[in-house]
Design a protein around this ligand. Structure first.
Ligand code: PMV
Length: 319
């Protein structure tokens, strides 16, 4: 990799979304693909920092006002990086960012581009950073977009390991067992706003607090059991837990007809379990199998049920 280049994984929440906002455990894994990439390089000395967003076809020269909305969080990333490491100059360099991760679909696209950008800046200027620093800084950027993020996305993407995450506690790294499995991901094609869905859950909870908190606790228990099942390669058990989690997410009101259709299609194709992944009300779902033929079948079933994008990812301890 060249000096100022960096990338970051996407992520999949296997169990525990929404409950994790309220202090319960959630299980998440990084995905090698799709990924986000960033590159920093030198520019004419004295020029303001320029930002190129390849996916949007935007080249911002660092001067033009107003700052395009897509560029704003990168301006903040640069300011946050320079505040943490004052040796990073305010002028004379440029950064370009691109991502294969569809945005607003629960795969951590915003988090991954932020993590890639911070890493690229730190590598280019050779500042001694840790992944914990990246995680903390990305979390500050997340707060600008999401208001009340649990911290699971920045943690799993910066650690780049499967984790059992609980707000305010040290994340537990989950080891990947020898027995491999496949996750089949289907995208409904509907973008969601995490902030809006999290806020809707908070509103619904305010009227039915005891019921919602009981659901969150049940989800938290599923996540802990899921972490054990994952570590031991008990994929059948993990699939059942995913199914149960989906039922609880439906009770929270965060599924949607499109997600239900994809989850149903994946189950009919013989997968071990399926659920929405991320904030819900659109975005992606994930299903689990150990059988490559079933993974192919499930992928076709998702396409037939209306998924606009699908992919299969293999989890194994051989990388
Ligand atoms: O932004 P998404 O769609 O990946 O959702 C993140 C998971 C939530 O639990 C819904 C929010 C959070 O901050 O944990």
């Amino acid at each position: 990799m060249v000096r100022g280049a960096a990338d970051a994984a996407s992520k999949l929440i296997l169990l525990g979304e929404h409950a994790v906002v309220y202090g319960e455990c959630a299980l998440a894994i990084p995905l090698r693909r799709p990924r986000a990439e960033a590159a920093v390089s030198g520019a004419l000395p004295g020029r303001p920092v320029a930002i190129e967003l390849e996916d949007f076809g935007i080249r911002w020269d660092g001067r033009k006002r107003p700052v395009p909305p897509e560029v704003r969080s990168f301006v903040r990333i640069i300011a946050a990086a320079a505040e943490r490491f004052p040796q990073i100059p305010a002028r004379g360099w440029k950064m370009s960012v691109r991502s294969q991760i569809p945005s607003g679909c629960g795969l951590g696209s915003g988090t991954a581009v932020s993590a890639a950008a911070f890493r690229a800046i730190f590598r280019y200027f050779r500042v001694p950073y840790t992944e914990r620093t990246v995680s903390e800084l990305v979390y500050e950027i997340e707060k600008l977009h999401h208001g009340n993020p649990s911290g699971i996305d920045n943690t799993v993407i910066s650690m780049n390991r499967p984790i059992l995450f609980r707000r305010g506690a040290a994340p537990r790294v989950i080891t990947v067992p020898r027995k491999s499995c496949f996750f089949i991901v289907g995208h409904t094609g509907k973008r969601h706003s995490t902030a809006a869905v999290v806020a809707a859950v908070a509103r619904a909870r305010s009227g039915r607090r005891a019921e919602y908190d009981a659901i969150f606790r049940s989800i938290g228990r599923l996540s802990k059991r899921g972490a054990r099942a994952f570590e031991q390669g008990h994929w059948r058990e993990l699939g059942k837990l995913m199914d149960r989690n989906q039922e609880l997410l439906k009770r929270l009101g965060v599924s949607s007809p499109e997600l239900d259709a994809l989850v149903g299609a994946a189950r009919s194709a013989g997968t071990l379990g399926a659920k929405l992944s991320g904030a819900g009300r659109g975005g992606c779902m994930a299903a689990l199998t150990t059988d490559p033929a079933c993974a192919r079948r499930a992928r076709r079933a998702l396409q037939a049920a209306g998924a606009v994008a699908t992919f299969v990812t293999r989890i194994s301890n051989h990388g």
